[in-house]
Design a protein around this ligand. Structure first.
Ligand code: HEM
Ligand code: SF4
Ligand code: SF4
Length: 455
């Protein structure tokens, strides 16, 4: 009995080389992914400029703390811990997934540096990583599908529920974990049958469990399973890659950029237009954000990066008191609009309409207190204050002023004050008050100098 034939040397029906499939799947997968990404990048290129290459040390720190260490995740403990497991597992397993693609073409391929002891240590941790990711996905799917925490709910006015997509992706990740582990377990079981001794494996890991389960199967069944699992993994891997830019899991790709370019200074507002001086403002044809492409490229990247977790809305005071504002849906509505305006199927780019008519309401945008709680909470560094202020600038430029401000603004324009009182009546308020005599400034100065001299 010989060990199993790998996908690089296997022949389907005795004549069709499986290696052809091992080349075709990645080539089609990568080509499709490149096309999809080109469509996703189109609105980024057409959007407004924004210099985010300042404060590099601070940005690197954010990358380490917020992206790599997932610092903000455990603020919501259960979801946070589950995510840390999935994220860490993914980082570890991305090495294995990459080498698996090449193993389909070259059987003995080993990533440089991964032969010998390093490879053994890596395999040990990788087996546990796959196990932990599978357990985390099952718990997360149970949470999303059965427990359904309130913060993920989609109010009817914002469209249909997002649970199916969340559970589907958890299923896709689980498929990757199971197929990778079974692919390896069948090979190890065949080797065990061949040599008579079991190779040391991470105890109770998925590969270990699967090897125990399949060790009694015949050689031909193990061979079949080995090849089937390889191509299930390969197809799922490239399907997942192309599926990521279609929705909330785009953050798997964009998060690293979004966190690096996130706002580092607090308490300031974005200028009306980057690179335009205050004197030049009067010459601008249009102010603020009115259509999609008026947002900066970072703000478009924000829309792509949202993981749809609802933490921002959960912390938003306007949302809490029932105002018609949920920051999560400011983002989701914009992302849906980008997908509509830049469809994958054709090169047509629809002319964007005014955002505050098309997807937002005036009341929604005026409801924000610009407190920044949403930004403080978001694990992906997504911004709201600048977007909302820019949308308001666009609305005011279009004459869309909220009722409560219309009167004072008109008065300011007409009388120079928000109360609408005539200028000559400006000092009326003090006629019935008694005041101490006021010393002229130069006398006050002399008095102070004299006192200091005496002391
Ligand atoms: C690169 C690998 C990553 C993978 C594979 C991944 C995968 C996932 C998955 C599967 C979910 C959905 C979980 C669920 O529905 O219960 C999720 C949610 C989420 N991800 Fe990621 N993610 C990655 C990176 C990141 C990074 C780097 C961040 C932040 C910096 C992040 C932030 C989030 C947030 C905030 C959620 C929502 C968590 C919640 O429900 O409260 N992800 N991610
Ligand atoms: S900044 Fe606006 S959207 Fe964000 S939490 Fe405060 S009120 Fe809500
Ligand atoms: S903006 Fe951030 S906090 Fe809000 S739903 Fe999206 S990822 Fe979650």
């Amino acid at each position: 009995m010989t060990p199993l034939i790998g996908p690089a040397n296997f022949m389907f029906f005795g004549f069709f080389p499986a290696a052809i499939l091992s080349v075709v799947i990645p080539v089609i997968g990568i080509a499709l992914f490149t096309y999809i990404m080109a469509r996703r990048i189109a609105p980024l290129v057409r959007s407004a400029p924004d210099n985010r290459f300042d404060n590099i040390p601070e940005r690197i720190k954010n990358l380490i703390v917020i992206w790599l260490a997932q610092w903000r995740q455990p603020r919501y403990m259960v979801a946070g811990v589950l995510h840390i497991v999935i994220f860490a597992g993914f980082l570890i397993l991305s090495i294995r997934s990459t080498s698996l693609v090449i193993i389909g073409i070259s059987h003995d391929f080993v990533l440089p540096g991964f032969d010998g002891i390093i490879g053994n240590i890596y395999n040990f941790f990788k087996d546990y990583a796959a196990t932990a990711v599978l357990v985390a996905c099952i718990v997360a799917a149970f949470r999303r599908g059965i427990i359904r925490p309130e913060r993920y709910a989609v109010p009817a006015k914002y469209g249909k529920d997002h649970t199916a997509e969340a559970v589907f992706v958890l299923g896709v990740i689980s498929t990757l974990m199971i197929s990778e582990s079974l692919f390896e377990a069948t090979e190890l079981a065949a080797e065990m049958q061949h040599t008579g001794h079991a190779e040391f494996l991470a105890p109770l890991s998925l590969v270990w469990i699967f090897r125990e389960m399949v060790s009694g199967l015949s050689h031909s069944t193990l061979q079949g399973l080995h090849i089937v699992m390889y191509y299930i993994h390969d197809l799922t891997f490239f399907f997942f890659l192309c599926f990521l830019p279609m929705g909330k899991h785009f953050h798997v790709i964009t998060s690293i950029f979004n966190v690096f370019f996130m706002r580092v200074k607090k308490g300031n507002i974005k200028p009306v237009k980057h690179g335009v001086s205050a004197e030049e403002l009067d010459n601008l044809e249009s102010l603020g954000v009115k259509k999609l492409e008026d947002f900066t490229w970072k703000h478009i990247l924000d829309f792509y990066s949202c993981a749809d977790c609802g933490r921002c809305s959960d912390q938003c005071p306007a949302n809490a008191v029932g105002r018609p504002l949920s920051p999560r849906f400011i983002t989701i509505k914009a992302r849906d609009l980008i997908f509509r305006n830049y469809p994958l199927k054709s090169d047509v780019i629809y002319k964007s309409k005014l955002l505050v008519e098309d997807i937002y309401t005036e009341e929604e945008i005026w409801s924000c207190t610009t407190c920044g709680a949403c930004e403080q909470e978001c694990p992906l560094g997504i911004e709201y204050i600048d977007k909302i202020v820019d949308l308001r600038r666009g609305m005011v430029d279009e004459g869309m002023v909220p009722q409560s401000l219309q009167k004072p603004l008109k008065a300011l324009e007409k009388r120079g004050n928000p109360y609408g009182i005539m200028e000559k009546k400006r000092s009326d308020w003090c006629t019935d008050k008694e005041f101490l005599p006021v010393l002229p400034d130069n006398l006050k100065q002399r008095f102070i100098t004299f006192s200091v001299f005496i002391i």
